[in-house]
Design a protein around this ligand. Structure first.
Ligand code: HSE
Length: 419
């Protein structure tokens, strides 16, 4: 028998307990051993969770219990969770975690500390989709050319509802929270940080890149308006929050932001709370992964899969999938050098000469306009909708700051990158 202790018995923890019970027969057949939850740590012992496992509010009851073989860390947060998993590993217990923030900051230290002790984290990226498994094992023969993913279910749910049903941002965010998709602090979702944490984990497996959230371009969906959604629709695009990792010679670019995507693209069709990830390998070509990226049971499905895997083998693979440096000299591309095509919406006073002055500023910043369209937004103002050819981030940022200083530009221009 294999005994599990769960630290943090919330939505996902409760699902882990229930899956281990509901699917006990098939799980023990696959694991080759019975798996039981011995105890769970919660903050509030008075809350009824409807579970028949022993609950405690003292983490030591799990960490110091010599009968517990696997610690499942579902408490969230970074530093406290780091201390807890370090203690678990140091006492020889295997660890399974769904904690992407912990890994975004401490994955390399954890790989060092874990060494031969199993440390698994499938649920940390894209909930129920076995993307860690696919990238670390299934595609291990490849150089990874790119990863492009819808990695945050909350944002995808919100963008889908805002696009298809015209639902307002605040209303749809509340819905996502009620459905249990959003993080405790939804800023992590809508600000792009949750997707960034996941992207960093994938980028480590793919490239061995050791970057922190602070090092990469992260933008959320807070500024996406119904105006932009409907213009996008009119021109055959949808807007989605994407996490992108791309190798370009000896540089890897990592970025999370809203994107305009042609509506025919597979990734544009991934709607609702679902996640989808395209991974391109140099030998395999493009592969695509789709499934539920949030929610208790979907996330717990990945947690339990890790538990089963540990039960089968008892030992760890290299946690991030490599034991030696993978590609010498591979570095993170500076944010300012990232290249993209851009959509800009500039709300201007509708006066003689405005367009000429605006296009001059594009020229001054070495940005080539691909297409331009003007739409009246009120009696004396208009939206200029401009798409660019490939340009670099540095120039676009300079362009936007020049534009917003102009007295006939009514508000900060909206910029969305086109993929
Ligand atoms: N808040 C996350 C999401 C949950 O919406 O995708 C899964 O990490």
């Amino acid at each position: 028998m294999l005994r599990v202790g769960i630290i943090g018995v919330g939505t996902v923890g409760t699902s882990v307990v229930n899956i281990l019970k509901d699917n006990a027969a098939v799980i023990s057949a696959r694991a080759g051993v019975d798996i039981v939850v011995k105890s769970g740590v919660v903050k509030n012992l008075n809350k009824d969770r409807g579970l028949d496992i022993k609950l405690t509010d003292n983490v030591d009851d799990v960490l110091n219990d010599s009968e517990i073989d696997i610690v499942v860390e579902l408490m969230g947060g970074v530093e406290e969770a780091f201390e807890v998993v370090k203690r678990a590993l140091k006492s020889g217990k295997a660890v399974v975690t769904a904690n992407k923030a912990l890994l975004a900051y401490h994955r390399y230290e954890l790989q060092e500390i874990a060494k031969d002790i199993a440390f698994e984290y499938e649920a940390s990226v894209a909930g129920g989709i076995p993307i860690i498994n696919a990238l670390r094992d299934g595609l291990s023969a490849n150089h990874i050319e790119s990863i492009m993913g819808i990695l945050n279910g909350t944002c995808n749910y919100m963008m889908t509802k805002m696009t298809n049903d015209g639902v307002a941002y605040d209303v749809v965010l509340k819905e996502a929270q009620e459905l249990g998709y959003a993080e405790a602090d939804p800023t992590f979702d809508v600000g792009g940080y949750d997707a960034a944490h996941k992207l960093l984990i994938l980028a480590s497996i793919a490239y061995g890149i050791d970057a922190k959230p602070e090092d990469i371009l992260i933008e959320g969906i807070q500024n996406i308006s119904q105006d932009d959604i409907s213009f996008a629709k009119e021109f055959g695009y949808v807007i989605k929050l994407l996490g992108i990792a791309k190798k370009d010679k000896n540089e890897v670019e990592l970025r999370v932001h809203a994107c305009l995507i042609k509506k025919e693209k597979m990734i544009a069709k991934i709607d609702g709370v679902m996640n989808g990830i395209s991974v391109v390998g140099d030998k395999v070509g493009e592969t695509l992964y789709y499934g539920a990226g949030a929610g208790g049971d979907a996330t717990a499905s990945a947690v339990v899969a890790n538990i089963i895997d540990i039960a089968r083998s008892g030992k760890s693979k290299p946690m991030l999938g490599f034991d030696r440096p993978m590609e010498a000299g591979l570095v993170l591309k500076p944010i300012q050098n990232i290249e993209s095509k851009y959509y800009l919406r500039i709300n201007v006073s509708d006066k003689i000469g405005v367009l000429a002055k605006i296009t001059k500023i594009f020229e001054d910043n070495s940005i080539s306009i691909e297409a331009i369209l003007q739409r009246q937004s009120s009696k004396d103002s208009a939206n200029l909708l401009i798409s660019t050819h490939m340009a670099v981030e540095r120039d676009i940022q300079a362009l936007i700051s020049s534009l917003e200083k102009l007295e006939f530009v009514n508000s900060k221009p909206v910029m969305i990158r086109i993929v």
